[in-house]
Design a protein around this ligand. Sequence first.
Ligand SMILES: [Zn+2]
Length: 137
Amino acid sequence: MEDGKYLNAAQREFLVPKAYNAALRAGAAILDVYEKQGIKNGHAQNKMKGEAFKTTLATAYPDSRLVVTKETMTVEGMIKIVYELLKDKLNIAKITFTSGVNAGSAEFDTKNNIERCPLCGISLNEKGVCPKCGYRK
Ligand SMILES: [Zn+2]
């Protein structure tokens, strides 16, 4: 291990609890701001509440309008988080995120063998026809 690049065990032991406590304080400070601005339970014009969820990469606290993530909020991180969240619900073949000039894309092996339109990538209907462009196999 290269010196100065990684923390040694003693440094980690010293820093990790401090970093964790700092994160907790930051979270409490954010909630405090939400509370003071009267938006903790949603802005008057937006009372919509998202779904509570917990995956290995992200936990949502809809009451507080917060999602705590283990990944950084880069396009690559977003792809990982979204894939982890939806992989059991959807047959995800590809995810692309763009944010300003940053773009990230990842392809995944699908669990179900769904026949897709070679032109649009949309799954063909039971007659083997693409519902978007009308392609027939
Ligand atoms: Zn098509």
